[in-house]
Design a binder for this molecule. Sequence first.
Ligand code: AMP
Length: 210
Amino acid sequence: MRIIQIGPPGSGKATQAKRIEEKLNIPHISSGDMLREAVANETPLGKEAKLYMTKGALVPDNLVIEMIVERIAQPDAREGFLLDGFPRTLPQSKALDKALLATNVKIDYVLLIQVPDENIIERNTGRRIDLKTGKIYHVKFDPPPAEIASRVIQRDDDLEETVKYRLEKYRADTEPLIPYYEEQDLARKVSGVGSLEEVKGKLFKILGVS
Ligand code: AMP
């Protein structure tokens, strides 16, 4: 199954993606994770992407498109994949369609996780990441255990001003993708408000798994 997951920053996308990945045994391809890895490894792509990411701005389409098109051509993605964080702009959607057409495959579902702005701000600014395991915590909803608390960090792009900017960018750049996928009858809207289990249940139902 080939799935795209779209949702504002902090909608729980990454958490749900991990669950879908395990359930369907397809790779979870996160453009944000791939870019952060490139930044950490100081690759040419990483060095350029960093200039945009620290401001919460989008990395230019051509760089991200090339990265993802190469990734979905890998053997582990042949039977399916879950794209998380990509596409984020209409040119990215169109470039993805073109790449898929060339290999004669199609997207099965576009999952749209919807969360109001006020919930997004609270969720993002409270988010903390354990540098050692990559596990994500939240200061209010899922506080890290005492032995881990000293090593969790807040990502630069989870600072309040940056979150607000990213949200504006999401509404302006990414929401236009919704009618694009609705026209193709691929879009499935799910409210991202509620417990992670509830949201997971709704997503699994759409995908026909339990
Ligand atoms: P994320 O982890 O998905 O929130 O992504 C973190 C950051 O990586 C974003 O704020 C952007 O700077 C960059 N990024 C991730 N995916 C994309 C994309 N599809 N297009 C452009 N920039 C992206």
